[in-house]
Design a protein around this ligand. Structure first.
Ligand code: ZN
Length: 287
């Protein structure tokens, strides 16, 4: 740069450079709203891979009740503490967080796959109450890859895996804002059994990330940074909260009512020895 250049012009160039950098950074942030990933080539069970050998389903899925499945080791008691938990299929980690309250350490993996009609669809698999988390957000994981270890949310429950499969990619840790039925969830075992082996494909797809509101926030009130750019995700209608009051859940559950209220009530019950399971049911009897 010539020494004779007026200082004013130099300053404006500096400003232009700063603006350039800012635009580049903003564009970079937008690009990170999707992660490119191969389609899943099939789904396995998250414990005792691939067929859940050595484990049993202690509680199943039912709409408006238990929105996932609880898996236990056949060894009984808490002998399954620290057992490996595997990603059910190839996908991208979209949540790896100690959510605390009734959830504890959670992992959510987002999978793109080709359904029976040939259409590309996406699901989220959720693994909760983990002892340890072994993967980070935005990491691509393969079918059968270790994502965490089995826990009981720091002694809150008998050790088990709480496992969900969601159709709706906006739920994250805010289940109470969404209808608790097949419009938003799959029955996990039914889904896995129907998708054990899918056609191999080298096709990569852009998997949207950061589609959740922060825990306890709603998407409408608190859209995550960058949401809506560069990613197309299925649109779901959040549950009408007034409707939920008319149809109470069949059992206590973190999503049935205000989650904070629920967990304070549950803690009270637990301290009086009435509950050891995540749903407020009677303590689990293991062989
Ligand atoms: Zn459960």
């Amino acid at each position: 740069m010539p020494a004779s250049m007026p200082p004013r012009r130099s300053a404006s160039r500096a400003r232009a450079w700063v603006v350039c950098c800012w635009v580049a950074l903003a564009a970079g942030a937008g690009a990170a709203d999707t992660i490119r990933c191969l389609l899943a080539d099939g789904f396995d069970f998250p414990v005792g891979k691939p067929d859940a050998e050595g484990y049993y389903k202690y509680r199943g899925f039912w709409p408006n009740g238990h929105l996932g499945e609880d898996w236990n080791g056949k060894g009984g008691g808490n002998s399954d503490l620290g057992d490996p938990i595997y990603s059910i299929g190839r996908g991208v980690v979209v949540l790896s967080e100690d959510v605390k309250v009734g959830w504890g350490n959670c992992i959510i993996v987002r999978h793109a796959y080709r359904d029976a009609s040939g259409k590309i669809d996406m699901i989220d698999s959720l693994y909760a109450h983990l002892l340890e988390r072994k993967v980070r957000v935005n990491e691509v994981v393969e079918r059968g890859q270790l994502v965490g270890t089995m826990g009981g949310n720091n002694g809150m429950y008998a050790v088990h895996l709480h496992f969900e499969i969601r159709k709706n990619l906006q739920i994250g840790m805010n289940r109470s804002q969404f209808a608790r039925d097949y419009s938003n969830y799959h029955s996990p075992t039914t889904f896995i059994n129907a998708h054990r082996q899918l056609q191999a494909s080298f096709q990569k797809v852009d998997i949207p990330v950061r589609t959740f509101a922060a825990y306890g926030k709603s998407l409408a009130a608190d859209p995550p940074a960058g949401s809506g750019r560069g990613a197309s995700i299925p649109i779901f209608t959040p549950k009408d909260s007034r409707a939920s009051e008319k149809t109470p859940a069949t059992e206590p559950d973190p999503s049935a009512t205000s989650e904070d209220d629920f967990w304070s009530r549950l803690k009270k019950k637990m301290s009086s020895g009435k509950v050891t399971d995540s749903t407020g049911q009677a303590p689990e009897q293991k062989p």
